[in-house]
Design a binder for this molecule. Structure first.
Ligand SMILES: Cc1cc2nc3c(=O)[nH]c(=O)nc-3n(C[C@H](O)[C@H](O)[C@H](O)COP(=O)(O)O)c2cc1C
Length: 148
């Protein structure tokens, strides 16, 4: 099986704090390189959008683990398909908060949907466009641990 990619959005559990996010990023950046997974995690208006890509079985296992994590809920899979060429090579798990980037059309669109609670209407191509905008915005020398 070649590389696969999954993109989902979910809602953070109420009361999630920065330390929770830092902790899950630390674990992701430790685990993902071991199974050749790259990706990007976005957080805005209490919602996560995450892309994970890598060898199919590793992506499936990691996604199942993420889904059962009590720090978030209401996950909706937005994109699930072939992941070649990879989009986030070398990003063990990039991270960005969306609010400071609300001047980007893709971010403004997402934040509005998140507010009106129809995020499940968020389409695959739109989600990918959003993530790729952040790949560009967050490109820096240490992409593996990019936090912007
Ligand atoms: C929004 C979100 C994104 C996550 N992303 C990843 C990830 O990319 N890779 C990963 O290994 N764990 C990720 N986790 C954490 C997993 O749910 C789980 O806690 C972790 O993989 C357990 O790893 P451990 O058994 O090595 O402690 C994420 C959790 C949340 C809530």
């Amino acid at each position: 099986m070649g590389d696969m990619v999954k993109v989902y959005r979910s809602r953070a559990r109420a009361g999630l704090v920065d330390a929770d996010i830092n902790q899950l990023l630390q674990v992701s950046r430790r685990n993902n390189p071991l199974v050749r997974i790259d990706g990007m995690l976005l957080f805005g208006r209490g919602c996560f959008v995450q892309l994970i890509e890598g060898p199919g079985p590793a992506v499936e296992r990691t996604y199942r683990r993420i889904l059962s994590d009590p720090r978030h809920a209401d996950a909706v899979l937005l994109y699930d398909g072939a992941g070649e060429p990879r989009r986030f090579t070398g990003w063990a798990m990039g991270f960005a908060r969306m609010e400071p980037y609300a001047h980007l059309a893709s971010v403004d669109h997402f934040l509005r949907l998140a507010e009106t609670d129809v995020v499940s209407a968020f389409r695959a191509e739109v989600a990918l466009g959003l993530l790729l905008d952040f790949r560009r915005e967050c490109a820096c020398s240490d992409a593996a641990a990019a936090t912007c």
